[in-house]
Design a protein around this ligand. Sequence first.
Ligand SMILES: [Zn+2]
Ligand SMILES: [Zn+2]
Length: 402
Amino acid sequence: MPKVISWRRDIHQHPELSNREVRTAAKVAAPLEKLGLEVRTGIAHTGVVGILTGGKPGPVVALRADMDALPVTEQTGLPFASKVVSEFNGQQTGVMHACGHDAHVAMLMGAAEVLAKQQAELAGTIMFVFQPAEEGPPAGEEGGAKMMLAEGLFANPSPSAIFGLHVWPGESGQLQVKTEGIMAAADSFQITVKGKQVHGSSPWRGIDPINVTGQLINAINLIPARQIDVTKAPAVVSFGQVHGGIRWNIIPDDVKLEGTIRTFDSEMREDLIARMAHTSEHIAKASGAEADFHVHNFAAVTWNDPALTEWAMPSLQWAAGDKGVAAIKPITGAEDFSFYQQQIPGVFFFLGISPEGKPLSEVPPNHSPMFDVNEAALVNGVRALTGLALDYLANPPELNKS
Ligand SMILES: [Zn+2]
Ligand SMILES: [Zn+2]
């Protein structure tokens, strides 16, 4: 644990933005090589994969940590706080591990160290995945889990299951999990309402896209409330941007809208998107306008395979000890870990890292400039990753035997 904590502080003090994790990757690769793992670097720009082949044959299991920091100016006042300044989408910004990915990297390095010492006795292979750009690549770039997969991450060797965890405010050392959809699929949508520009004094001579936009926002917000089976899973639609017009007495040609869609079920997601497109088209048509509707997918549903989640419970309970494993509600945030789970069964879970005795409402959330990790909790994360890998090799679940 002293090593895990010093790795975490070093990475914390030297955070790097998505797709720029050059130093972090080097800091990960060197110890893995020293442990005798097969180390692959430069995957999806800066990704690092360590492969630990046991002394005996058996299944392949993957463990994943994300490495990137955020364009946030740190305000924690910690002795190892980040003073790094960098450029993000053309703007100068402070850089901070405000999502705890520094802790994820350190915990997975700790697990690699523990597991490498048992190499001869291991029946199977453990793949350590250090992933760049979980927060999303910079504009105009590819990156993250999707890109690692596209570059053949699971080709050789091919893992049959993957595990990953995230730190967040919660009882220190407690593990938190949910079967099936634990985090939402995240899509952005863009709508352009095309009308016909005209003097504001005579709207009948043109087509007013602003008025259509007003109707459209209400109609789309009513879809989750009136047309979706809310007993099956929640769904969220939020508008984030509306842009149109330049002057008080000009009805503009068009209005552009943007927003996000969060869903926990892929059929529901497709249905909701189809309904949004249909509603946009028809609301616009009713006024003689047109609506262009586009969706971009950022993450799939983080789907915890039910059989694998059930199988993982004893390992998680062992890892959490008296801190325990808690069941949690679905989270409307998203994770690109979901792309791994589209290819193989996986379980994603949370580790509570709140300071001892502080009410949850007073703990700065992830992405806050005050976000901090209670390092005393990290041992349970290392135990969880190590325990899951060891148990998987010793006793793989039925789902892989079919
Ligand atoms: Zn984050
Ligand atoms: Zn994160």
